[in-house]
Design a protein around this ligand. Structure first.
Ligand code: SF4
Length: 364
């Protein structure tokens, strides 16, 4: 069983007050904190999931210029939404944001529901996003527990179990819920996240700068970074795939990924399926030839021209670009396009295609 919280409701109230006082003085000035517009807060929360604040700021401002309100997002083409999302990754979030905007416009008169339980009925709203939007935009007293909050509360309590599971997860949520009843919800939840992002960071908590330094059980243990307890990571598996680099002058052949699968609707240099292990020239020739047939054509496979690596869940993927000689007339259709790399980026590329396109040797 995980340790029980050592804090009475009164103590949790004091902790909440100290935290919000600290937040008012030390919060970072971020564009989505200058507004109480529920739509803007929602967009920022979706962008911030699994993406660093520094990477989000510019994209958020650009996205809000293009889609300043929920109505403009709802009527946009999905391809444009994905293009505006380029660089943030996890495109499923963009699709769900778009689908939810449409539903809110069609069924809710264009207004986001104020209550977390109603928000959770919309595409893309899990417990965290619903809690964050309900509390930050509407001041509803509901918790918003993300990885930062799990870490901060695990350390505060010196919780000895994985806070993502079982009784420890319940404990973290109960403490977050108790605190959000004791301070303005829009500040309390952001303060918890801010503490985790700037002071109680994963590897080096700066306890001397923390408003909870005196009361924190993790700090008193002498090794706060031992918390939270997490399950060991799965060992990474090496896999390889091959992309066809077909040129026509400064244009390249791009293919839109099919609906339903990974990165659906995004564009890439035509790419084979993964195989286990390292790159193999025979396998590359064979698989790229099969890919040409699948696309209704043929091409001559040449030499490898660039390799990039990226991670997907617990896979380490090597993507090797091979020059191929293809006739532009043989490759045409709604999901194929000949375009320069700059033009293709405007359409929305997969992260791997972005990387590979930047690494291709210049034309001679
Ligand atoms: S005192 Fe240290 S370990 Fe405890 S919450 Fe603050 S930064 Fe984290």
């Amino acid at each position: 069983m995980p340790s029980k919280p050592h804090f009475t409701p009164t103590r949790l109230g004091e902790l909440a007050t100290d935290l919000v006082d600290w937040y008012r003085e030390h919060q970072r000035d971020l564009p989505w904190r200058r507004t109480r517009d529920p739509y803007a807060i929602w967009v920022s929360e979706v962008m911030l999931q699994q993406t660093r604040v520094e990477a989000v700021v510019g994209r958020y401002q650009q996205f809000m210029r293009r889609f300043p309100d929920i109505g403009s997002l709802a009527v946009a083409d999905e391809s444009e939404v994905l293009a505006q999302w380029a660089g943030l990754g996890y495109y499923r979030r963009a699709r769900q944001l778009h689908a939810a905007a449409r539903r809110v416009v069609e069924q809710e008169g264009g207004r986001l529901p104020r209550v977390a339980a109603a928000l959770r009925l919309l595409p893309g709203f899990g417990a965290y996003t619903a809690g964050a939007v309900a509390s930050i935009a509407f001041d509803q007293p509901v918790p918003a527990v993300d990885g930062n909050v799990e870490r901060v509360i695990s350390r505060l309590l010196a919780l000895d179990e994985n806070p993502k599971k079982g009784a420890a997860a319940v404990t973290v949520r109960e403490v977050a819920q108790a605190m959000v009843l004791k301070a303005p919800p829009h500040e309390l939840n952001q303060a918890l996240m801010e503490l985790g992002a700037t002071v109680c960071t994963p590897r080096s908590p700066q306890c001397e700068r923390c408003p909870w330094t005196v009361r924190c059980a993790g700090r008193r243990s002498g090794a706060p970074d031992r918390f939270p307890r997490v399950a060991p990571r799965k060992a990474a598996v090496d896999v390889t795939c091959y992309a066809a680099v077909a040129r026509d002058g400064d244009r390249l052949l791009w293919r839109r990924r099919p609906p339903g699968g990974h990165n659906a609707g995004l564009w890439e240099l035509p790419t084979t399926e993964w195989h286990g292990g390292a790159a193999d020239p025979d396998m590359a020739t064979q698989q790229l030839a099969a890919l040409a047939l699948e696309m209704g054509g043929q091409w001559k496979v040449g030499e490898p021209v660039a390799t990039v690596r990226h991670g997907i869940t617990h896979h380490r993927v090597s993507l090797v670009g091979y020059a191929v000689t293809a006739s532009p007339a043989a490759y045409a259709g709604p999901d194929l396009i000949w375009a320069t790399a700059e033009e293709a980026r405007e359409l929305g590329l997969t992260a791997a295609a972005q990387k590979l396109s930047r690494k291709l040797p210049p034309l001679l």
